[in-house]
Design a protein. Structure first.
Length: 372
């Protein structure tokens, strides 16, 4: 299940409270150790009038990895991407991509990066082939070279058959793929993909994920913004959880999940009358107090990173005592749990997805108007 984060347009006061939480860096590279950061930011800030879109973010993305910039609407994701891709000047701090400063070396940097923006920058009236050729020409490729590259790229990403059709006949998923494909024309080392799968159906999302994985395999560095927890979980080597212009946590998906307590063992007893006995039998299993839900006949025990051992131990003890279980399972916290624990506001309910994607679209339109 894909769960979008809470899609608010205007942060509520309760959300605002949590921006004072300082970033928690888990398992990161120790400061001071030089690394080949393909994308680096230090104290990066951006104000739009009184709006603090970025409040000082630090990033260090290693070459050849996917970095997930995960956060709800209004978090500052697009602002960061626009600064990294030289489309917007920072108000403070600094940023470098492939060792080039985004302000001082903007011109040189543009030739080294690819961007697929939040709204696919596809020209509807051109064919797929013409769209990519056009981008190639913008990157100063010769007409022949642009055509050759365009053909190659379309072939590679399963768009060859549609190459000579106008983009307006493409499905949403095909358009996004075309847009990402176009960002590859100049063979950039670093790609910025701003919410590449927002609004796509699950099948198209999977296709795009496959495309992204392929690009990483060939050594590209990708910064991917997303509102989808599952997307970050699936694609990103490291994830920064961002909320209201601040990175509130950073680490691998596993590190982020461990940070909120590792796994939980959940047991469902067959006979609720035996729940006390079962709990007693399990005394000492796990790393924390079991919580008992008498009515549901359920016991939850935090087990840290020792899940499988705790599970085996529990089964043995219960068997020895001749007690019966309906079900026993290990649960890994989800990124949902992580986000909730870090920000105090939950990821969105699935049934609200429809409404929220409407809110997102309106928010994006407003954002575009302001930009122009
Ligand atoms: N051009 C702009 N003018 C004024 N405010 C802006 C502009 N662009 C973005 N913002 C504001 O900055 C904040 C971050 O926006 P954005 O980077 O688009 O977030 P995200 O991409 O994570 O949804 C929001 O509060 C948004 O309204
Ligand atoms: Mg955005």
């Amino acid at each position: 299940m894909i769960t979008p984060l809470h899609g608010y347009d205007h942060p509520s006061p309760s959300v605002r409270l949590h921006t004072s939480v300082s970033a928690v860096v888990v398992g990161g590279t120790p400061y001071g150790v030089p690394m080949a950061g393909a994308i680096v930011a230090e104290g990066l800030r951006k104000n739009f009038g009184t709006v603090e879109a970025l409040r000082g973010i630090d990033l260090d993305v290693a070459s050849g990895t996917v970095f997930g910039f995960l956060g709800p609407n209004g978090a500052g994701k697009t602002t960061a991407v626009r600064i990294f891709t030289t489309l917007l000047l920072p108000s403070g701090g600094r940023a470098e991509v492939v060792g080039l400063d985004v302000v001082r070396d903007a011109e040189a940097l543009r030739a080294r990066i690819g961007l697929a923006g939040q709204s696919a920058a596809v020209d509807e009236n051109l064919t797929g082939l013409e769209n990519i050729q056009m981008v190639g020409r913008l990157y100063h490729l010769s007409a022949t070279e642009a055509r050759r590259r365009a053909g190659e790229i379309l072939e590679r990403f399963g768009l060859a058959e549609a190459a000579d059709r106008q983009a307006k006949t493409y499905s949403g998923g095909m358009r996004r793929r075309l847009d990402v494909a176009a960002s590859l024309v100049a063979r950039p080392d670093v790609l910025f993909l701003d919410e590449p799968t927002t609004g796509l159906d699950p099948r198209s999302r999977m296709d795009l994920w496959a495309m992204i994985r392929e690009l990483v395999q060939e050594g590209k560095t990708i910064l991917l913004t997303t509102q989808y927890l599952e997307e970050a979980d699936n694609l990103a080597d490291r994830i920064a959880v961002v909320d209201l212009g601040t990175i509130i946590a950073e680490g691998t998906s596993d590190e982020l999940k461990d940070q909120i307590g590792g796994e939980v063992l959940e047991l469902h007893v067959k006979d609720p009358a035996q729940i006390g006995q079962v709990a007693q039998a399990l005394s000492g299993v796990g790393i924390g107090e079991p919580s008992i839900d008498q009515e549901a006949g359920k016991i939850r025990i935090p087990v840290g990173s020792d899940g499988p051992a705790a599970l085996l131990d529990s089964v043995r003890r219960i068997d020895d005592m001749k007690l019966a279980l309906e079900d026993i399972a290990l649960h890994r916290p989800t990124l949902d749990d992580v986000f909730l624990s870090l920000t105090g506001h939950a990821a969105e309910e699935e049934q609200e997805e429809q409404a929220s994607s409407g809110r997102r679209k309106r928010g994006q339109r407003r954002g575009r108007r302001r930009d122009t």
